[in-house]
Write a protein that binds this ligand. Structure first.
Ligand SMILES: C[S@@+](CC[C@H](N)C(=O)[O-])C[C@H]1O[C@@H](n2cnc3c(N)ncnc32)[C@H](O)[C@@H]1O
Length: 207
């Protein structure tokens, strides 16, 4: 048995609704590996349970798996605003939100977060960033001023399949992730840790 399988057998079991969503994601969507899945979804839910944010931002909804994991742990009156740039995704994802017990906590916005967020007056206590890897620094610059003090900025894929520390990789996505990692590590406004879970998850806490 692989260590990943062992871990999955020794964490709280996946909610049946999320299990069905993950299965539908794999059967019906291209690039289903983009969905967070049970291990990372469980960590996100745990972080929301601990931090109890009133308002969460997600960049990159895709099938809504991570959205629903986080929505499940929101405190009373809490909400999550999730942005998805691909309008073709709405037909799949919106019914999964509407059919869940958390529909009234989820605001699903179709459009580019970099265009829309500047037109709104939101503040957030937590942000989960999982969009275009080349835009991570842009997301950071946009979101950090809108994050409350003590708020958590979470960025996915920050080890990029182990490419970040391999000088043989020069592609734009790898370089953009490296630039983001350098930037947050040197930003005195925050404290930062990278968890080597899945494809690397960076937790950035605004001081
Ligand atoms: C890795 S998937 C998200 C997976 C989802 N967060 C989860 O954990 O299950 C990335 C998604 O980000 C979307 N995306 C990319 N750039 C974006 C942007 N600027 N604004 C909003 N969504 C974006 C893509 O269309 C894609 O569906």
């Amino acid at each position: 048995m692989s260590l990943d399988d062992y871990i999955l057998q020794h964490i709280t079991p996946e909610d049946p609704y999320l299990h069905d969503l993950y299965r539908a994601t794999n059967l019906e969507l291209l690039r289903p590996r983009m969905a967070s899945g049970h291990l990372q979804g469980s960590l996100l839910r745990m972080l929301v349970n601990i931090a109890q944010p009133k308002h969460i931002l997600e960049v990159g909804t895709f099938s809504g798996y991570a959205t629903l994991c986080m929505a499940a742990a929101l405190p009373e009156g809490g909400r999550i605003t999730t942005f998805e740039i691909n309008d073709e995704q709405e037909e799949f994802t919106r019914p999964w939100f509407d059919g869940s017990p958390y529909a009234d906590r989820i605001e699903f916005v179709i459009g580019d977060v970099l265009d829309i967020l500047p037109t709104r007056n939101d503040t957030f206590d937590m942000a989960y960033v999982d969009g275009n890897k080349r835009q991570y620094i842009d997301y950071y610059d946009l979101i950090l001023p809108r994050l409350t003090s003590g708020g958590l900025f979470i960025a996915d894929n920050t080890l990029w399949n182990g490419n970040v520390n391999d000088p043989a990789h020069h592609d734009a996505q790898t370089q953009a992730i490296r630039d983001f990692n350098d930037r947050v590590a040197n930003d005195p406004q925050v404290e930062t840790i990278i968890l080597p879970i899945r494809d690397g998850l960076t937790l950035v806490r605004k001081k």
